[in-house]
Design a protein around this ligand. Structure first.
Ligand SMILES: Nc1ncnc2c1ncn2[C@@H]1O[C@H](COP(=O)(O)OP(=O)(O)OP(=O)(O)O)[C@@H](O)[C@H]1O
Ligand SMILES: [Mg+2]
Length: 233
């Protein structure tokens, strides 16, 4: 599903910051991988490369066998929209749109009619328990509700790959746990591959593999929680 080979990412003209240092990592279909490590160790950089928002300085990043650097910008945008669901700590919802419109947006961008897109968005909102909040804008929702809208939007295409950058980082522990349960249910149902950055041991327990980064290198890669990591690339 994901294959990174000898990936290096440096920032700054002189290559002053080495965010990822010759990293090789393979993640199989339907694996649930937690990425942990101290601040600045390269976790977000790793996700940005996997979703094609950023390019490695050297090395290869493949998603479902496709080399990302070989794609045009358009193809990369399409891949991101259709195959990858992304959930961030700060939700990234559009503040002027309602919950329903936020969830429908990827489908609208895809060219679906308003009626069709909003119909599907409505059932996705119901799936995350927010049927009665469809008309609310993000500032009229709680943090946990906003995060559920973000999850509904990320999953609207039933993407094979789900990326999270501290998806529960801004939530209290009870709400965070609720969000993790929801992610857990949806991941099982869709058999998506999950790659989630987290500082939270509770979140890591929902995964079957923990990859720990330090200074842009993998220092630990262990199976955990839900039994051995599956290994079918
Ligand atoms: N656009 C950028 N320009 C320059 N340096 C950057 C840039 N983005 C990240 N870095 C540096 O790369 C390193 C890795 O950053 P990254 O955001 O991947 O860390 P992280 O593990 O996600 O940290 P955190 O837990 O704080 O989110 C850091 O030292 C950071 O300062
Ligand atoms: Mg980060």
């Amino acid at each position: 599903m994901i294959q990174l080979t000898n990936v290096t990412k440096s920032y700054g003209t002189g290559g002053t910051v080495l965010a990822l240092n010759n990293l090789t990592l393979q993640i199989g279909t339907a694996e649930r991988v937690a990425v942990m490590g101290p601040s600045g160790s390269g976790k977000s950089t790793l996700l940005n490369l996997v979703c094609g928002l950023d390019e490695p300085t050297s090395g290869s990043v493949k998603v479902e066998g496709v080399e990302l650097s070989g794609l045009t910008d358009d193809a990369r945008t399409r891949l991101r929209r259709e195959k990858i669901g992304m959930i961030f700590q700060t939700f990234n919802l559009l503040t002027t749109l309602t919950a329903l419109e936020n969830v429908a947006l990827p489908l609208r961008l895809q060219g679906l009619s308003k009626k069709e897109a909003e119909g599907r968005a409505r059932s996705m909102l119901a799936r995350v328990g927010l049927a009665d909040r469809a008309a609310h804008r993000p500032d009229e929702l709680s943090g946990g509700e906003r995060q559920r809208v973000a999850i509904a939007r990320a999953l609207i295409f039933r993407p094979p790959l789900l990326l999270g950058d501290e998806p529960t980082g801004n939530l209290d522990s009870a709400t965070g746990e609720e969000i993790l349960r929801l992610l857990d249910d949806l991941q099982q149902e869709y058999q998506s591959t999950l790659l989630m950055v987290t500082h939270n041991a509770q979140a890591a327990e929902f995964c079957n593999r923990i990859v720990t980064l330090h200074d842009g290198k993998i220092v630990e890669d262990v199976a955990c929680g839900r039994g051995p990591a599956r290994d079918k690339a």
